[in-house]
Write a protein that binds this ligand. Structure first.
Ligand SMILES: Nc1ncnc2c1ncn2[C@@H]1O[C@H](COP(=O)(O)OP(=O)(O)OP(=O)(O)O)[C@@H](O)[C@H]1O
Length: 221
């Protein structure tokens, strides 16, 4: 993005002058005070919102010039773990996780789905309904759903928000594994301890939104 700005209301800029290249294969954190615009920034990254100023390209293409198919393709390449995990409560966990495949009109490879549920340690809960899951299990199911289409980039919005430390680190471990397998990761969090603990294991770039714009945070975090 080059000099990108965005406002929810005409004439008002919530974010402005944001310039960033998300580095392929890199682990990124996005931090900043509550209400600073972290979720808004992530929504810009998967083209749920379009910038009101500046230039934004994704996978070499200008976001503004993308057709509906182009936007669909972009969203396929970007897996998102939303702040509110948003499951369909009447469908079992396995079907919720597989939903992006069904929406994309693709067949579900049952073995691959089992493997994915095993990876997030939810094999025992495949037939459970989402309301029966703990907070940590919900976040791991949301992560499985975010990666089922094998995206290049994974965005996670406060994925450890309601989790205790052990559960938070367990989730971060999965994100670190994804990063080591080559995926670009961007995690929004206000938890500086989580950032420090992760940086002890993987090289990570820390971005900060404050004062309505994006900064590269100091190396001392
Ligand atoms: N759909 C919307 N319409 C209008 N204003 C909005 C909308 N969504 C968010 N905002 C406002 O934009 C600002 C930034 O919100 P955002 O959710 O991006 O912040 P955040 O940094 O993710 O906050 P938190 O850490 O509390 O989740 C807030 O003042 C919020 O009230």
């Amino acid at each position: 993005m080059r000099d990108v700005g965005f406002g929810y209301h005409a004439g008002e800029q919530l974010l402005s002058g944001m310039t960033l290249d998300l580095q392929p294969g890199m682990f990124h954190f996005l931090t900043g005070p509550s209400g600073a615009g972290k979720t808004t920034f992530l929504r810009l990254c998967y083209a749920e919102l379009l910038p009101s100023a500046g230039q934004m390209t994704a996978f070499g293409q200008d976001i503004h010039g993308l057709s509906r198919d182009g936007i669909a393709d972009l969203r396929r390449r970007v897996g998102v773990v939303h702040q509110d995990t948003q499951f369909l409560d009447h469908l079992p966990v396995a079907e919720n996780v597989a939903l992006p495949l069904s929406i994309a009109g693709e067949n579900v490879d049952m073995q691959a789905l089992r493997d994915l549920l095993g990876w997030v340690q939810l094999s025992q809960h495949a037939r459970a309904m989402p309301p029966q899951l703990s907070g940590g299990e919900r976040q791991r199911a949301a992560l499985a759903r975010a990666v089922i289409l094998s995206p290049d980039i994974v965005l996670a919005d406060e994925p450890t928000g309601n989790l205790d430390w052990d559960m938070s680190m367990r989730l971060m471990q999965l994100l670190i594994e994804l990063n080591k397998s080559g995926k670009t990761i961007l995690v929004a969090t206000h938890d500086l301890n989580l950032i420090r603990a992760t940086k002890a294991q993987v090289a990570a770039r820390v971005l900060r939104i404050a004062g309505g714009t994006l900064h590269l945070a100091g190396a001392d975090l």
